[in-house]
Design a protein around this ligand. Structure first.
Ligand SMILES: Cc1ncc(COP(=O)(O)O)c(C=O)c1O
Length: 367
């Protein structure tokens, strides 16, 4: 079969997501499992969303609105852009894939940081691009090195701001200086999946960048994190109209399902739920920092809803032991960050359970 598929797929290692709760229940035969592995919103979604979904269920025999008219209108009003500047995707993941599909010619290069969101790499290789990874410096984007890594073949650059799995962010000043050095023929994807969680004055107000005529920029955001809609798969991109028109050529006509559309629309209207979700993360993050400090473990200060920690131990073993105690976290060998784990900030009681389990495991595993 390998002979029959596109040659670039030979090098694609499928994305391995955080383990689903049901799978762990099946495998380990335990109940009451908590998932702190995929940076989801532990508060769930807002009551307004649940009402909107329930009202829309009667129409699922119909195809969805292929144009996402109302959702695009609401997004465009929120950011003072036009609906023609908005593209809605089946998660922001889909927007990355479509952008690569539309813009990459075989042999062109995609520039990413290392470590970063694994999907950039996987989707780029699947679309026939060569990936150039530029190591981070002190767990932050090294934009100087990234600018120097741009070649004639570079076609796209992914910047996750803040980054996953690291949790650090690029400042407005750093971003502006970097963008100035990116040639006009390059498309920049600025992935702001975690922007709602950032508490820093120098974080870029990036939406305005989409308007630039001398640069090609898509800013992507998602309903999967602060809005609590990961299971429905909705993300959006804001870009110049000519870029959006091209993305529209390569998407499936009904790429965003009808329930996702009404849910996202209702979620956008409920600022309070987002505020509540963000406050929970900020409050609980302090407890994580204190906890890791007491254990003398180094963590990366995070501007997201997860924390990357160096356990200085066998992190695969830690992952397995914590899993046995009913808690799913992420061990980081897929990113070649041996010894590291990533944990999503949960509800207060979930975090307490994590602290107890992690301490027990860490004290039992000394190397
Ligand atoms: C940096 C980053 N971008 C994008 C995504 C994907 O978001 P979506 O659920 O909208 O596809 C994630 C999900 O974990 C992420 O960490």
């Amino acid at each position: 079969m390998k002979r029959l598929c596109k040659q670039n797929l030979h090098n694609v290692k499928p994305y391995i997501p955080g383990k689903p709760i049901e799978e762990v229940e099946r495998e380990l035969g335990i109940k009451n499992i908590i998932k702190m592995a995929s940076n989801e919103n532990p508060l769930g979604t807002s009551p307004g969303v649940l009402r909107a979904i329930s009202d829309a269920l009667g129409s699922i025999n119909r195809y969805p609105d292929a144009d996402c008219y109302y959702l695009k209108k609401a997004i465009s009003e929120k950011y003072s852009v036009t609906s023609e500047n908005v593209f809605v995707g089946n998660g922001s993941d889909e927007i990355f894939v479509l952008a690569l599909r539309a813009f990459i010619h075989p042999g062109e290069e995609v520039l990413v940081a290392d470590p970063t969101f694994l999907m950039y790499n996987i989707a780029s290789v699947a679309e026939g691009a060569a990936v150039c990874s530029v190591p981070m410096k002190n767990m932050r984007y090294d934009l100087e090195a990234m600018a120097q890594a741009i070649t004639d073949k570079t076609k796209m650059i992914f910047i996750a701001n803040p980054d996953n799995p690291v949790g650090s962010y690029v400042t407005e000043d750093e971003l502006d200086k970097f963008i100035d050095r990116v040639p006009e023929k390059v498309l920049i994807i600025l992935d702001e999946a975690y922007c709602e969680f950032v508490d820093a004055d120098d974080y870029p107000q990036a939406i305005g960048l989409a308007d630039r005529s001398d640069k090609n920029i898509i800013i992507t955001r998602t309903f999967s994190k602060a809005y609590g809609l990961a299971g429905l798969r909705v993300g959006y991109g804001i870009a110049r109209r000519d870029i959006v028109e091209i993305l529209n050529k390569v998407r499936e006509p009904f790429n965003v399902n009808s329930i996702a559309q009404v849910a996202a629309l209702a979620a956008l209207k409920d600022d309070n739920h987002v505020k509540k979700s963000v406050s929970l993360v900020w409050e609980e993050k302090k407890r994580f920092y204190k906890f890791f400090k007491e254990l003398n473990l180094e963590y990366v200060p995070s501007y997201t809803n997860f924390i990357l920690v160096n356990t200085n131990r066998n992190s695969k073993k830690i992952f397995r032991e914590i899993l046995k105690r009913g808690i799913i976290i992420r061990e980081m060998s897929a990113w070649r960050l041996d010894g590291f784990i990533r944990v999503t900030i949960g509800l207060k009681e979930e975090n307490d359970r994590f602290f107890k389990a992690f301490k027990e495991v860490i004290e039992a595993i000394t190397g």
